[in-house]
Design a protein around this ligand. Structure first.
Ligand SMILES: [Zn+2]
Length: 287
């Protein structure tokens, strides 16, 4: 682990395989944003952050496994959008999927899978909510984007915005759970915040220019798909041919990464999503 102090109260770990994990440290406890993907990272992260105080809240930016799996090993109230709770309750990854995936990504964490169950959020909201520690205020806001249940978390006193996968510095995540209009709207909302620092869902801590670079990456894929639609290509052909760089699920350091067939299916479903949304709303190419 190599956690970085990015502002007076915030420590971020960007080197866990799976997602960025943040700790907001107050005088009377800690708020975490997103849980490690790997159970062995979750165990180590808990031990580390508890050195600053008790874990009071764990916020989930969405329901995806790479941001929620590790919550099993972390105490505190779990805070999320109401739809994140519904989706974790009704479409959790199967044990078979978890055993296959984590057996590959995290062989050392294997023993925690016995008796494993994702923890469901205990505190949910629809539009907005504020979490308080004695000297810290974290403002949570519902914002459809990367998923229909994504949220933004803002620490106004320190100008830090935690975007989850609404912004990723490492490159584009999957689009399969996004609607394109929401994807762009969410970036407009991010831009409207008075922030200095962005903690993205994946990749290095960044700033306003990093948000602009991320928007450009999305625009490039959308432009590619739009051009092919303009030439009369069929959806199947576009889905088979258009690819964007995946820096999120690939092998990293000593980690084996996701299986190739899973990465391929994320790409196919992402491109299919973009094709469908552009067919319905061609004007999105100008966002
Ligand atoms: Zn993610």
């Amino acid at each position: 682990m190599a956690p970085q102090r990015i502002s007076p109260s915030v420590v971020v770990e960007t080197e866990h395989y799976g997602s960025n994990n943040s700790a907001i440290i107050g005088t009377d406890g800690v708020i975490l944003v997103d849980a490690p993907h790997l159970l062995s990272d979750a165990h180590a992260w808990r031990t580390y952050v508890e050195s600053f105080g008790p874990i009071r809240f764990l916020v989930h930016s969405d329901h995806h496994p790479d941001h929620t799996i590790g919550n099993f090993l972390i105490p505190g109230e779990i805070v999320a959008h109401a739809e994140t709770r519904r989706r974790l309750a009704t479409e959790p990854p199967s044990m078979e999927y978890l055993r296959d995936l984590l057996g590959r990504l995290d062989p050392e964490g294997d023993h925690w899978l016995d008796g494993y169950a994702v923890r469901l959020p205990t505190v949910v909201f629809e539009d907005a909510m504020t979490l308080h520690l004695e000297n810290v205020r974290l403002e949570l806001k519902y914002q459809r984007g990367h998923t229909r249940n994504s949220i933004l978390s803002f620490l106004p006193e320190e100008g830090v915005l935690f975007t989850g996968d609404i912004v990723c510095e490492a490159g584009l995540p999957s689009f399969q759970d996004s609607r394109l209009v929401d994807w762009f709207d969410a970036l407009d909302v991010v831009d409207s915040y008075d922030f200095e620092i962005v903690v993205p869902g994946h990749g290095q801590v960044t700033d306003r220019a990093g948000v602009a670079r991320y928007r450009d990456l999305g625009r490039q894929v959308v432009a590619d798909v739009a051009e092919r639609l303009g030439k009369g290509q069929e959806k199947d052909q576009i889905v088979a041919q258009v690819r964007f760089e995946d820096n999120i699920h690939v092998p990293m350091g000593t980690n084996a990464g996701y299986p190739d067939d899973l990465i391929e299916s994320f790409q196919e479903r992402s491109v299919a999503r973009i094709v469908e949304d552009l067919q319905e709303t061609p004007g999105l190419v100008h966002r």
